[in-house]
Design a protein around this ligand. Structure first.
Ligand code: UDP
Length: 482
């Protein structure tokens, strides 16, 4: 159903819950705050049941203004992509396969959308449908402004970049060599070429949304403003509209929430590596020991260990790999920690957990949604980056925002030992971590202010809504007044 007096907007989410969740939340905001009708196209993978649940609950909560179209599941293994090419080429190829269906679905719509919003990996869709159907085009970077700076500056690099050399980006903090995505050093690789063309294409839309807010990254956002350094590359408006995250109103009681209810305030550390992160066997054992030695209470979202692939569960259902959890853990661990730890297999409703008053810390892979969710709930972090831009995110959390600590060795490069894990957990959860907690609570306030009706993120989205309304009015057939 489409409200005939308001714009209809199409949104496209690329594969992965880290992309689907913020796109769905943005769509819900367009409905709730601006009365728009939305259709969310989701390239689903079937890796997590949460995909379907998310789409169904959004549809039912938005009183007929929210429709979803699941684009055919793409079997990961049947893609014509060398598995070693990396995550980006795989995601782009998955989206590419669904473009004919996207095009024909839009073509069949009686009320055509006035705009399309895609996440960065859906950028090729813009070329396919926006011109043909005369739509405004926006890209939603499901990450932060520093990553946008990296992405848009990459096509203009004059020199080859080498590991351990920081990457200078005009107007913002340089990226330490060790934090750069691996393809940055391999200009002949497919991933590099894909990143460069993505970086160029996203500057050719009508506006770029980012899942950040003015007070979180004032300096980096400043470099995109009129007349500033990166404005010569990104000439279109950049709209910080974040944090765009799920915020459950009511949480149904279950065993887990009841257990949390019984714990003291800020006494439980939550451990999760996002929708895709997995650890090696040895690292899983060290982490278990570290948690046990810390003597703190914990909730751990557990995935079966995988060797040499830290994003193994991103698009693959781990159901078949459901080995007995106890086999992957140190002998006797489950018995010894029975009274103070809970292990959940593969998936948890993270937004419900992080908002609980008893959560006091988060061991996180630093996916940007998880970071935003942690900040909005005032929870300090132990940064455990694994893949994609997560090392950059970790550096931002530790060095710029001061709301996290991180192990000495990069978890994607080496083993983090139990003694260090024990020490980090104690630091964050005990009084030593007071500074981190204070700063994250200050940021929590600033995030909430940005989302209020006169806040910076609310206003940024309202500007786009005005442009969509104008486009909608101009598309209306001319009515003659006699
Ligand atoms: N998530 C969740 N339960 C889990 C794991 C992840 O609800 O067990 C959600 C998490 O709250 C976040 C998203 O999935 O909204 C993951 O996005 P993020 O950017 O943190 O990491 P990614 O999975 O994209 O690497």
């Amino acid at each position: 159903m489409v409200n005939p007096s308001k714009p209809h907007i199409a949104l496209l989410a690329s594969p992965g819950l880290g992309h689907l969740i913020p796109i769905v939340e943005l769509a819900k905001r367009l409905v709730a705050q601006h009365g728009f009708t939305v259709t969310v196209f989701a390239v689903t993978t079937g890796a997590h049941q949460a995909e379907n649940k998310l789409l169904c609950s959004a549809t039912s909560s938005c009183a007929g203004l929210f429709s979803t179209v699941a684009l055919p599941n793409v079997v990961n293994d049947s893609l014509d992509i060398d598995p070693s090419a990396g995550i980006l080429p795989r995601i782009l190829a998955m989206v590419r396969c669904t473009l004919p269906t996207l095009r024909s679905s839009i073509s069949d719509m009686k009320v055509k959308p006035v705009a399309i919003i895609v996440d960065q990996f859906g950028i090729e869709a813009v070329k396919v449908v926006a011109e043909e159907f005369n739509m405004l085009k926006y890209v939603f970077i499901a990450s932060n402004a520093w990553f946008l700076a990296y992405l848009t500056y990459l096509p203009y690099l004059q020199k080859r970049v080498y590991p351990n050399t920081p990457l200078y980006i005009p107007g913002c903090k340089s990226i330490p060599g060790g934090d750069l995505l691996d393809h940055t050093f391999e200009p002949d690789s497919r991933a590099y070429r894909d990143f460069v063309s993505m970086g160029r294409d996203i500057t050719r839309v009508d506006g770029i949304f980012i899942n950040t807010w003015e007070d979180l990254e004032p300096e980096t956002l400043g470099t995109f403003k009129d007349g500033m350094s990166l404005n010569s590359i990104v000439k279109v408006p950049v709209y910080p509209i974040g944090p765009v995250i799920r915020r459950p109103k009511e949480v149904a009681k279950n065993k887990l929430t009841e257990w949390l209810d019984d714990q003291l305030d800020e006494s439980v550390i939550y451990v999760s590596f996002g929708s895709g992160g997995t650890l090696s066997t040895q690292q899983t054992i060290e982490l278990a020991w570290g948690l046990e030695l810390s003597k703190h209470r914990f909730i751990w979202v557990f995935r079966p260990p995988t060797e040499n692939d830290s994003s193994a569960s991103l698009f693959k259902s781990m159901d078949k790999a459901d080995e007995s959890i106890s086999k992957c853990l140190p002998n006797g661990f489950l018995d010894r920690t029975r009274d103070r730890g809970i292990i959940v297999s593969k998936w948890i409703n993270q937004e419900e957990i992080l908002q609980h008053r008893s959560i006091g810390g988060f061991i996180s892979h630093c996916g940007w949604n998880s970071v935003n969710e942690s900040i909005v709930n005032g929870v300090p972090l132990i940064a455990w980056p694994l893949y994609a831009e997560q090392n950059m995110n970790a550096t931002m959390l530790v060095e710029d925002l001061g709301i996290a600590i991180r192990p000495k060795v990069k978890p994607s490069k080496g083993l983090v030992r139990r003694e260090e894990i024990e020490k980090m957990v104690k630091f964050v959860m005990d009084s030593e971590g007071f500074g981190l907690r204070k700063r994250v609570k200050d940021l929590q306030i600033s995030a909430n202010l940005a989302l209020k009706e006169d806040g910076s993120s609310y206003s940024a989205l309202s500007k786009v809504a005005r442009d969509c309304n104008k486009k909608f009015q101009s598309n209306q057939p001319y009515e003659k007044c006699n």
